[in-house]
Design a protein around this ligand. Structure first.
Ligand code: KG4
Ligand code: ZN
Length: 358
């Protein structure tokens, strides 16, 4: 089975062709990602209207490149999949409408994919992981812990009640004058810093439900930065190191709670923890998760970074998994700015950032 997948929900215009063999194994035939990061850098974050226009300009060429690189004609694919949400609605509309047009023109089924499902199922493409497993999704727009029981079967165990973790990195970088995207800049600066000079809070640690909150931590960084101003490179490095240490403690505590709950529910299987999202690139957080997995006897899977961040292959793969179960959508499938993976989960108080990056 061959699936073409399109992803346009944030600031990457991406398309890929993925094969799913009869035994359920996946292969990536092409994975083209065009980042808009330069277009948004001047604004210090993703500007929805700028993103939508850039997607319109790039999508045809990106799709053509994905098909050419895969050596596959549009007539040879079994379905066209696209992110239908959640995300910045202008961008989602560009990718979904393009996919509808391609599917209609080529007479192929359309699969409208939830972007989060793309992240959730990637480890089955890269590592053939069996259900159930635990997913930690930490990106610029999402911070969630999800139990993945099957295709379309998700239970959200925890989420952020305010900022996403990547967003907290980006805002911290901005207030310390480190530029965008902030995660890599904060990690670089932290390498030379002393994590113990500033005492920062560890929000939500010790609570029973594995939820997150990062806006207070960001405010604490701002207050320390204002007290230490004017900031020299050493101050910035120490603040970044303290921030990263606090985040590491929070992530280890929250994921630890979820892992233990997961194990209590499924005592007969070794717990598997899958990490996705751009923040997975952070070596200090990855090391904390590795330590936690070792302590808890869990298997940790971190897909290659190019598949942790937004890409078309994860959408094509989710499309293939759905199609293999006979699931596809008609051409009236709506684009959705909001689309929780777990429809049964009540929204967490405080969660509701309109226009947020996904
Ligand atoms: O998954 P992603 O590429 O895009 C979405 O947000 O969907 O994630 C981007 C986020 C940004 O907030 C960026 O600052 C963060 O991931 N990030 C990092 C690192 N590299 C990227 N955060 C911490 N440390 C990093 N090394
Ligand atoms: Zn994403």
């Amino acid at each position: 089975m061959l699936v073409l997948g399109l992803e346009t929900s944030c600031d990457e215009t991406a398309a890929a062709v993925v094969a799913r063999d009869a035994d359920g194994r996946g292969r990536i035939l092409s994975n083209v990602v065009l980042s808009q990061v330069e277009a948004h850098a001047a604004f210090g974050g993703v500007v929805p209207e700028v993103a939508a226009r850039a997607h319109v300009e790039a999508i045809d060429g990106v799709v053509r490149a994905a098909l050419t690189e895969a050596g596959v004609a549009l007539s040879a694919v079994d379905a066209v999949a696209a992110t239908a949400g959640p995300g910045l609605i202008g961008g989602v509309l560009v990718g979904l409408t393009t996919a509808k047009a391609l599917a209609f023109a080529a007479g192929k089924p359309l699969v409208a994919v939830n972007h989060l499902e793309g992240h959730a199922l990637t480890a089955r493409l890269t590592d053939g992981v069996a259900f159930p497993y635990l997913l930690l999704l930490v990106s610029g727009g999402h911070t969630q812990i999800v139990r993945v029981d099957g295709v379309g079967r998700y239970r959200r165990l925890g989420t952020t009640i305010d900022d996403a973790l990547g967003e907290a990195f980006d805002k911290t970088a901005k207030l310390l004058g480190l530029g965008y995207p902030g995660g890599p800049a904060v990690e670089r600066a932290a390498a030379a810093g002393d994590p113990s000079r500033f005492a920062l809070p560890r929000p939500m640690t010790g609570r029973k439900a594995p939820d997150f909150s990062f806006s207070g931590l960001k405010t604490a960084v701002r207050l320390e930065a204002e007290a230490a101003a004017p900031l020299g490179p050493k101050d910035v490095a120490d603040l970044c190191a303290a921030f990263q240490a606090a985040v590491g403690d929070v992530v280890a505590d929250r994921v630890g709670i979820a892992l233990r709950a997961f194990r209590a529910d499924a005592a007969d299987v070794q717990p598997v923890l899958v990490v996705a999202g751009g923040v997975a690139a952070n070596r200090s957080i990855a090391a904390r998760l590795r330590g936690l997995a070792d302590r808890e006897g869990a298997r940790l899977i971190v897909p290659p970074l190019a598949l942790c961040t937004d890409n078309g292959a994860m959408i094509a793969w989710a499309g293939a998994e759905r199609l293999a179960l006979g699931l596809h959508d008609d051409l009236a499938a709506p684009a959705r700015a909001r689309w929780p993976l777990d429809g049964d989960t009540a929204p967490v108080v405080g969660h509701g950032r309109l226009g947020a990056k996904v």
